[in-house]
Design a protein around this ligand. Structure first.
Ligand code: SF4
Ligand code: SF4
Length: 173
């Protein structure tokens, strides 16, 4: 069988909605600095409470609860376009290079807490588009090794987050 040359994300995008549409993407202080350095005058940060009550639990990840969620339950996320798409989503995918992309985006569809990374991906990726014998991680060109590196960086940056500091609502660009 000839391997499918297109990434699973490309196959997914042809179908319609992807994980860059309608999601709230938390960004670390480090993400904010890296994106701010390339974003020109784009205002890309907003603070919002999640509409999903289960997100507020975070019982299995107290580091996340302590540093990411403010006292009112809000957290720093990427702004979205009027239709719910991420502000950096264009017709050919993400405008940000992998080195600048939020760590949450780089890690998706891995699921994790501060202590571990699950070996199975998030269930949101369209597995029915996989070629025979192909795994989700192979099909999106990622690996557990990369995930470990980004996961380490994510939590190193998360613990620097002062979660009630709202002075970065309008980053100086
Ligand atoms: S990570 Fe999964 S859900 Fe997101 S675009 Fe790729 S295949 Fe689709
Ligand atoms: S920053 Fe890029 S990868 Fe992340 S949600 Fe936005 S468009 Fe998608």
């Amino acid at each position: 069988m000839v391997a499918n040359q297109q990434t699973l994300c490309g196959r997914c995008a042809r179908l319609g909605k992807t994980c860059c549409q309608g999601r709230e993407i938390y960004i670390t202080p480090g993400d904010m600095r890296r994106i701010g350095a390339v974003a020109g005058k784009i205002q890309f940060v907003e603070w919002t409470r999640t509409a999903d009550p289960s997100y507020m639990d975070q019982d299995d990840d107290p580091v996340w609860r302590q540093h990411v969620l403010g006292r009112d339950g809000s957290r720093r996320i990427l702004k979205r376009q009027a239709n719910g798409d991420c502000i950096f989503l264009g017709s050919r995918g993400c405008h940000l290079s992998m080195a600048v992309r939020p760590l949450l985006c780089r890690l998706h569809p891995f699921t994790y807490t501060a202590d571990h990374i699950d070996s199975e991906p998030d269930t949101g990726c369209p597995r029915h588009l996989l070629s025979a014998g192909e795994s989700v991680f192979e099909a999106i060109h990622t690996s557990m090794e990369l995930a470990r590196q980004w996961h380490r960086q994510l939590y190193e940056e998360v613990i620097t987050d002062g979660n009630d500091n709202r002075t970065d609502i309008r980053p100086s660009l």
